[in-house]
Design a protein around this ligand. Structure first.
Ligand SMILES: [Zn+2]
Length: 483
């Protein structure tokens, strides 16, 4: 058996078929006439013209000579006419797995398909592709969304009046009038909004909670407490979506915004504005503001207290602040500022994933003798001098520093605001802490091969129509089991 070589793999079969059909028609030949001339069945030629069969080189040569053109004319990459170009494009769109997944029929772009129908289909395919590409959260899309959200938080001094009001109304509806919110209070709130809570041990691993909207049941993990999310916060965040009227997130930015809003809502219930402001006002009068005291008074995590402090500090007390959660490797996981502190950022304006200056309190704390005790530091930077208070917490993914900072002149309202500790940071000047000393460069340049750790969780992608990192099938299976 002899094999005749096929056409080169780079040739697009749909285009080849269109060129063949176009040349055949301009020469006034029917499929039958051409098939007689090349000694092949009409059905075979039809398959080739429809881009469904790859012709052997010998067949292609026979066709070219029957049509009286050089074979290269058949193999040229461009469409033979505008109409043919659109037909080729439609065929390609319909072969796309994203289109095939829709389960819609493939339209035959033959002569009987009207020109306007073809144009309309192509226009919609192009738009669908554009939207799908945009919604696929590339790392860059995620970074831009984060940067935009941070700018919005900064504009509001991280104070969301409408969420404070929603939280206050909820507290009023369950007649919660004093102090921190108890587990009893949380059950009352869920009942008030019309949900029941169910603690289960088979929640999908990719979720914090799953809500059955039909029967208004919220399923939550049976937490052994200790590490992980505050179980009260998880309930309140879930309820927040309903109280704040959230719909399925339309894109990654929307997802992030909802996340920030429900976290805010939960914190505003756990640390109600009125009581929190009273507490902070008293501490400020004593020049003894302290995040640990704030945490202890409301029985929340340090990070929740630090973050809640940023909601209230500027709006109620005129104190500009910054907040940062930094991994022991020096990488920023979360950050906020309205005090002009200059966080490191990439070209998209994103801070997450960037390394902070080694002289900043968020990093020097890891070298402190006892990083778990109260840590305070003044830092001179290009944007001015800042005072910071830092807390280190140990998690499954390593140690994190949680920093709250403020410009020099506001340090006096804080406990530890008179510490002598001081460092100088000249970042982004590479000589501050980034560029290795010349002697080390001499010794090691060209002799080092580091393998990078990828912070992929900072860049979670959002497949269109779902929630990032959550397998909908798991969720539906789960609800099915519980139905
Ligand atoms: Zn530096």
């Amino acid at each position: 058996m002899t094999a005749s070589p096929s056409v080169e793999p780079s040739v697009d079969l749909v285009t080849l078929g269109q060129r063949l059909r176009h040349l055949r028609r301009t020469r006034g030949l029917t499929l039958d006439q051409l098939s007689d001339a090349v000694g092949r069945a009409p059905s075979q030629l039809s398959l080739i013209e429809n881009g469904k069969r790859e012709p052997k080189l010998s067949v292609l040569q026979a066709i070219a000579s029957a049509l009286g053109v050089p074979m290269q004319d058949l193999l040229r990459p461009e469409a033979p006419s505008r109409r043919a170009g659109l037909e080729i494009e439609l065929a390609h769109f319909q072969q796309n797995p994203a289109y095939q997944a829709l389960g819609l029929p493939a339209v035959r772009a033959g002569r009987r398909l009207p020109a306007d129908a073809l144009e309309a289909l192509i226009g919609m395919h192009r738009e669908l592709n554009r939207v799908l590409t945009e919604q696929t959260a590339t790392p860059e899309v995620a970074r831009r969304a984060n940067a935009q959200l941070r700018a919005d938080m900064r504009r509001r001094d991280n104070y969301f009046a409408e969420i404070e009001q929603a939280a206050a109304r909820v507290l009023q509806s369950v007649r919660h009038t004093t102090g921190p919110l108890s587990q009893r209070g949380i059950l009352d709130i869920a009942a008030q909004i019309g949900f029941t809570l169910h603690y289960v041990n088979d929640l999908p691993a990719s979720t914090r909670s799953v809500t059955d909207l039909k029967n208004r049941r919220i399923f939550l993990p049976q937490v052994a407490s200790g590490k992980g999310h505050d179980p009260r916060a998880v309930v309140l965040q879930t309820l927040g979506h309903f109280v704040l009227g959230h719909n399925d997130p339309s894109d990654y930015g929307d997802f992030l915004r909802q996340r920030v809003e429900v976290n805010y809502f939960a914190a505003a219930l756990l640390m109600p504005e009125k009581f929190a402001v009273d507490f902070l006002a008293e501490a400020k009068a004593d020049r003894a503001l302290a995040i640990d005291d704030f945490r202890d008074a409301f029985g929340v995590s340090y990070e929740t207290a630090a973050h809640r402090f940023t909601n209230l500090a500027t709006h109620h007390f005129g104190i500009p602040v910054h907040f940062a959660r930094v991994h022991e490797t020096g990488i920023v996981y979360k950050a906020y500022e309205n005090d002009n502190v200059r966080f490191p950022s990439d070209v998209t304006g994103a801070i997450e994933g960037q390394p902070v200056c080694r002289k900043w309190a968020s990093r020097t704390v890891f070298e402190a003798e006892d990083p778990y005790s109260s840590f305070y530091q003044f830092t001179d930077t290009g944007a001015g001098t800042y005072w910071c208070t830092v807390h280190v917490e140990s998690t499954r993914s390593g140690e994190f520093s949680v920093t709250v900072g403020t410009p020099y002149e506001h340090a006096r309202w804080f406990r530890g605001g008179d510490v002598p500790g001081r460092t100088v940071s000249t970042c982004p000047d590479p000589d501050c802490c980034r560029r290795p000393p010349a002697a080390l460069v001499d010794r090691w340049a060209g002799n080092a091969w580091p393998s990078a750790r990828v912070h992929s969780h900072l860049l979670a992608a959002l497949p269109p129509g779902t929630f990032p990192g959550v397998d909908n099938r798991d969720v539906y299976d789960f609800l099915e089991r519980r139905a």
